[in-house]
Design a protein around this ligand. Structure first.
Ligand SMILES: Cc1cc2nc3c(=O)[nH]c(=O)nc-3n(C[C@H](O)[C@H](O)[C@H](O)COP(=O)(O)OP(=O)(O)OC[C@H]3O[C@@H](n4cnc5c(N)ncnc54)[C@H](O)[C@@H]3O)c2cc1C
Length: 349
């Protein structure tokens, strides 16, 4: 029997960020992952947008979560000797004068001063892009190459003998007074970071997920070149010489299959402002672990205290995971309380 501190099920953004946060506290972890090609984390564009464009408000907890996220990914870059996080402005293309003046008005409000620029610009080729009312950009936005980071981090775990590629089998869990045993491993706790597949977990299937399928394309343009990210109903993100174009939101069809309708919808929306041929290179779909109240899911099983969950990062895993992993670690190691909005206790009556 190998004695470790924590078994983590899932090596998506949630499981990986939590694993490293525990390793930094000298905890011995084992990460079990079945390596699904189309996990939400591997499909995600990885954008960190500090504002909600629809209402022009700050993203939830942005002042706390974004600095921590950047610091976390910078540490990963130093550890793994590669770049994963990139600063990039996200340009909002205005649909009319009203939207443009709303942006200008909002950009003068003190709480948005650090997050959106006030200037209206015309930074894109006016022949190949249609945006007669101009554009303006976010400040402090960026994106994480999620799949690249997860792959490199997996190899780091493998070198530390802290990784197993297999489907976690719930029937193999055995509980004792002070430990939980799974196969040949004895640990203090098993922490489930299974993303949307948490709905199949017999211990946590009561959590109120409201899952959202999303599809993303990798595309090329015939002539158009864009150096910044754009948002106008869809996002366009320059990515390794090509572009990510996404994403759809579907609450009814929950699977990882890319669909013709998804591709058509994305291209149709992009064509509203791109006056160039769009060529699909790759098409992926994933399921976001979104929750009914749009808040993360952290905590301990109400009856089996050796089982814990770290999930519910929703549409913003890149920004939220490092901050909440720190909170989870403080809870596990120092018994500090998890905030009521993130604690799964909020769903216990
Ligand atoms: C189309 C799309 C676009 C997105 N864009 C963005 C974006 O721009 N910015 C952003 O921040 N977020 C974005 N997201 C959301 C983001 O992907 C999620 O918030 C985040 O990746 C969730 O990570 P996770 O680790 O909780 O789940 P997942 O990524 O689903 O990871 C769960 C892991 O657990 C493994 N697993 C599950 N059950 C088991 C089991 N029983 N045994 C073994 N392994 C198991 C799975 O194989 C998987 O590797 C997007 C999502 C989608 C689908």
């Amino acid at each position: 029997m190998k004695e470790i501190d924590y078994i983590i099920v899932g090596q998506g953004l949630a499981g990986s960020v939590l694993a490293y946060s525990l390793i930094q506290e000298n905890q011995k972890v084992l990460v079990v992952d079945e390596e699904a090609e189309s996990s939400s984390s591997r499909v995600a564009a990885g954008l960190c947008n500090p504002v909600v464009f629809k209402r022009l408000t700050k993203s939830w907890m942005i002042d706390e979560v974004l600095p921590l996220a950047k610091e976390f990914y910078q540490k990963q870059e130093a550890l793994l000797n590669d770049q994963f996080y990139f600063d990039v402005p996200i340009y909002k293309l205005f649909v009319d004068e009203k939207e443009q003046s709303f942006w200008k008005q909002k950009s003068n409000e003190p709480h948005l001063f650090d997050w959106i620029n006030h200037k209206v610009e015309y930074p894109f080729d006016k022949e190949k892009m249609m945006y007669p009312f101009g554009a303006s950009k976010t400040l402090q936005s960026g994106f994480l190459k999620t799949a690249n980071w997860l792959e490199k981090f997996k190899h780091y775990l493998i070198e530390k003998e802290s990784y197993i590629n297999m489907k976690f089998d719930y029937d193999k869990i055995k509980f004792s007074e002070n430990a939980v045993v799974w196969n040949d491993y004895s640990a203090k706790k098993i922490i489930f970071c299974e993303g949307y597949q948490s709905i199949y977990n017999p211990y946590f299937d009561w959590l109120p997920f409201k899952l959202t399928k999303g599809e993303v394309l990798t595309v090329k343009f015939k002539n158009l070149k864009i150096d910044h990210a754009i948002n106008k109903g869809v996002f366009v993100l320059p990515f390794e010489g090509e572009y990510k174009l996404g994403a759809t939101y579907n609450w009814d069809q929950i699977d990882n299959k890319s669909t013709k309708e998804g591709e058509t919808e994305l291209i149709k929306r992009a064509k509203r402002f791109i006056n160039d041929e769009i060529i699909t290179v790759e098409h992926k779909a994933g399921v976001r672990p979104t929750v009914s109240d749009r808040r993360p899911l952290l905590g301990i099983h109400p009856e089996q205290y050796q089982l814990a969950v770290f999930n519910g990062m929703g549409t913003k895993g890149v920004m939220l995971a490092p901050y909440f992993a720190e909170k989870m670690v403080q809870f596990l190691l120092k018994n500090k309380k998890i905030s009521p909005e993130a604690n799964i206790n909020r769903f216990l009556t």
